[in-house]
Design a protein around this ligand. Sequence first.
Ligand code: MBD
Ligand code: FE
Length: 311
Amino acid sequence: MSTHIFHTPEVQDFLRLASGLDQEGGNPRTKAITHRILSDLFKTIEELDITPDEYWAGIAYLNQLGARSEAGLLSPGLGLDRYFDMRMDAEDAALGVAGGTPRTIEGPLYVAGAPVEQGFARLDDGSDANGHTLIMHGTVHGADGKPLPGATVEVWHANTKGFYSHFDPTGEQKPFNMRRTIVTDAQGRYRFQSIVPVGYGCPPDGPTQALLNQLGRHGNRPAHIHFFVSAEGHRKLTTQINIDGDPLVYDDFAYATREGLVPALVERSDEESIQRNGLSGPFAEIAFDMTLSALVNGVDNQIVERARLAA
Ligand code: MBD
Ligand code: FE
């Protein structure tokens, strides 16, 4: 079809009508966003000559996405989460904010309400038979470079199948397995024992993977560990570290890898290290210090509110 009607007054009036722009009630922001997105969609339909069959396949797709609760998974897969980070980085640059640990995306698998521990926590419950012990530790620094006692380090990661507790299709994991909130000690230090995670893969039969297949892309993440770090007088940091050596470290379907977020992982098998950590065998060690950024004019100007599971 080579008809071009998008720019006609009829279609332009129709877009305003459908977006409620001629109505008194409703929410002006919602109207503005709806009008823009609807206009872009109408235009796309015309310019790419999208057929009704293609359109209705898209509608069925949206229903599948909702039915499988995968909207929050498709979002990072299409780079939207990364784009919001790029925008926040640019805003920081414009404001002259620099120097803290790089942010990277939250992802869809955080759960609020994890057990709180002081200084040290064991994250795993020992039930993952394939687990290789991990000791990770570091100091949380404030914007002035000084250690921050009493800072909150929320940490969450996957097991050796790449599954997260509360979202594990096998049902194997107990609530809050590999999820803790660690409060830094008097020297600003956090420390935890867990197991080295394995990378996540999108559900192979789900709608996110189906679209990625159409794009010729994979749906896998390198092994990683998530953090929220919060402290008085500072902005909340959302970040992750990647497990160094994972083949996908620079090929993440969610685009979360960043310079400065791939700390060295050191294998320790000497008796001294094993005993000092109260362990019985070889383990992997990651040292990773973090630096928070100061509030901007007294507020966290980049705090993100979103629907999150709480248990
Ligand atoms: C994850 O574990 C994750 O961190 C992201 C961003 C997407 C899917 C699964
Ligand atoms: Fe993750």
